[in-house]
Design a protein around this ligand. Structure first.
Ligand code: GAL
Length: 314
């Protein structure tokens, strides 16, 4: 059994520095777990760390910053990665970055949530790509898919082929589910609009082969403050979804979902690990936010649940 870094403490990389990978995502590639997430320091937007064992994390690079290269592509987007105010470069917001590898184009494609840095009214998706998992990503701009608002988001690959982007739309009232184009560079079709009027955000999706069900975790919208998480299930992403069922306690153990990692143990068994952000308090929210990792269990009705543990053992 391996013990992960303790829940709710400041996780550190192998240099002893705090890990800045908030609202993040993990990609498994060539035997490594790559952990991408928000890094709100200085001119940084997204950093990546990598590990072979989920315990020792090597810092690799600030993959997206205010100074990242920008390049348009066939989709019309807004390429601004910063705004000018008082004669200075001011940061925009790039939140909840998620990265998938596209085997056809051999590109690592990042989708995230863009806001202008002054308010949360632009509500756009944004895209960046790279030829390696931990190189300098090229920014391709922000846009509103089909004109929709797009806030908290996630990416998901279904059966090695189809990729999906899920994001909070209509001022967070609904969660839109989009199938992506084969290069993962645009939405190809809106296949569902979930939880009409339920204001669910922070989506995290996983698929359980045992019962052929998709599980979608989300939080309610209370800014940085945690609330009761929920989980809904479906046999098809574009099919009928169950009602949302409570997941975790009234504050999801003081966390908000960032992603779920299907972790394959040495014996071949898959354990689904819930990764949540425990955002810091007011004024301190960017530098000391910590992570909560809990193994997801399933009850007799196949409902997903988590129990608190100080240290996750895998
Ligand atoms: C939360 C969201 C975070 C961040 C925050 C800003 O609801 O999940 O990603 O956008 O609001 O207040």
């Amino acid at each position: 059994m391996t013990k992960l870094q303790p829940n709710g403490t400041l996780w550190r990389d192998t240099d002893g520095n705090p890990i800045h990978a908030h609202g993040g995502h993990m990609l498994v590639h060539d035997g490594y777990y790559y952990w991408y997430g928000e890094d709100r320091r200085d001119d940084i937007y997204v950093s990546v760390y990598r590990s072979k064992n989920l315990v020792d994390w090597d810092f690799r690079r600030h993959v997206l910053t205010v100074n990242s290269p920008c390049e348009g592509y066939r989709v019309r987007t807004d390429l601004a990665l910063f705004r000018e105010a008082d004669g200075k470069k001011k940061k925009v917001n790039i939140e909840r970055p998620k990265v998938l590898y596209n085997a056809k184009t051999k590109k690592f494609v990042m989708w995230a949530h863009y806001e202008n840095g002054e308010n949360y009214l632009d509500a756009r998706a944004c895209i960046a790509t790279c030829d390696t998992p931990d190189g300098d990503f090229v920014y391709h701009g922000s846009f509103n898919p089909y004109g929709n608002m797009s806030r908290d988001c996630t990416l998901f690959i279904d059966n090695e082929n189809d990729a999906y982007f899920i994001s909070a739309s209509r001022d967070n009232a609904d969660l839109a589910v989009y199938r992506l184009t084969e290069d993962y560079m645009n939405v190809d079709r809106q296949v569902h609009t979930l939880f009409q009027g339920e204001f669910r955000e922070a989506p995290a999706l996983f698929y359980r082969r045992n019962n052929g069900k998709y599980y979608l975790l989300s939080s309610w919208c209370t800014g940085w403050a945690p609330n009761q998480g929920t989980c809904a299930t479906a046999h098809k992403l574009n099919g009928r979804w169950s009602l949302n069922h409570p997941f975790g306690d009234k504050t999801t153990f003081d966390s908000q979902p960032s992603f779920v990692l299907p972790y394959v143990k040495e014996n071949g068994e898959t354990v689904f690990l819930y990764f949540g952000d425990r955002w810091g308090g007011n004024g301190d929210k960017y530098f000391t936010s910590s992570y909560i990792v809990l193994p997801i269990r399933f009850d007799e009705f196949d409902h997903a649940y988590i129990n608190w543990c100080d240290v996750c053992e895998i």
